[in-house]
Design a protein around this ligand. Structure first.
Ligand code: IPE
Ligand code: IPE
Ligand code: MG
Length: 252
């Protein structure tokens, strides 16, 4: 069965429409290019981050319509602390602003907010706003909107290893029973399936420390479009491209 895409002015050909059977469950996005978007317009970098927030809203709505189950958005990496203090502060205020404006529509769309990353190290105002939204949306059973906030893939793996080592020392787990499935339970993403599709905007073709463990078999899709100019159509293009991929997981 194919999915009609109500937001597209021109409906795709039958052969190009999203099929439900082959739709990605979990889409992860590296939302890159905000700074360059602003620079191109002679604006300060923060103007690009601000514009990027509207894109988040559009793409969340599109994900709901396209029946995506989990949308993980790389919002702030553990390396992004290297940026000027003012820019870091600005970025970390955006979750609160986003939720202030869009929480009612997220509720209407049955969206549940979650996060991955080192949450405790975030400013308290960011934690409070996000915790409020998590609590408010916890019974929603539609799209899981997962913000990667102060997230780093290597940090996540190392944290899991440290916890496992301490549990082995305490005899809480048996080393011989440790397998990939058990290891996954120590990651931030416990209980969430691995991303099926990764989209990166902004023209760079790298992971920048995003979901290293979880992306072992993820399909990658890159676009030169900068995040503030990423549209519902571009998102749809990526979903469609995913549907034409053959995933083999090492088999034939
Ligand atoms: C992505 O846009 C947003 C964050 C990393 C928070 P950038 O700020 O990295 O934009 P460019 O890559 O400098 O254009
Ligand atoms: C990745 O973008 C992080 C986020 C989008 C939050 P960066 O702009 O930080 O990545 P690099 O520095 O170009 O690798
Ligand atoms: Mg960047």
């Amino acid at each position: 069965m194919s999915i009609k895409i109500p937001f597209l002015s021109k409906q795709p050909k039958e052969s190009d429409s999203l099929s439900e059977e082959n739709a990605p469950n979990h889409v992860a996005i590296i939302m890159d290019g905000n700074g360059r978007w602003a620079q191109k317009r002679g604006l300060p970098r923060f103007a690009g981050h601000k514009e990027g927030v509207s894109t988040v809203n559009k793409i969340v709505k599109t994900a709901v319509k396209a029946n995506v189950k989990v949308l993980t958005l790389y919002t702030f990496s553990t390396e992004n602390w290297k940026r000027p203090k003012q820019e870091v502060e600005y970025i970390l205020k955006l979750p609160k602003e986003f939720l202030h404006v869009y929480l009612p529509s997220l509720m209407e769309n049955n969206v549940r907010i979650q996060t991955i990353g080192d949450f405790q190290a975030l400013p308290s105002h960011t934690q409070e706003a996000v915790n409020y939204a998590k609590e408010k949306t916890k019974h929603n059973d539609g799209l899981i909107l997962n913000f990667a906030l102060n997230y780093g893939g290597r940090y996540e793996i190392l944290k899991a290893v440290k916890q496992i080592v301490s549990e082995v020392k305490e005899d809480d787990i048996d080393m011989s029973s440790l397998d990939e499935e058990t290891f996954s339970k120590y990651l931030y993403t416990t209980g969430v399936s691995d991303p099926d599709l990764l989209i990166r905007t902004g023209g760079e073709c790298r992971l920048s420390n995003f979901m290293l463990w979880q992306m072992a078999y993820t399909e990658f899709w890159f676009t030169d479009k900068l995040w503030p100019e990423f549209t519902e159509e571009t998102f749809y293009e990526a979903l469609l491209a995913y549907q034409h991929r053959k995933r083999r997981y090492g088999g034939i």
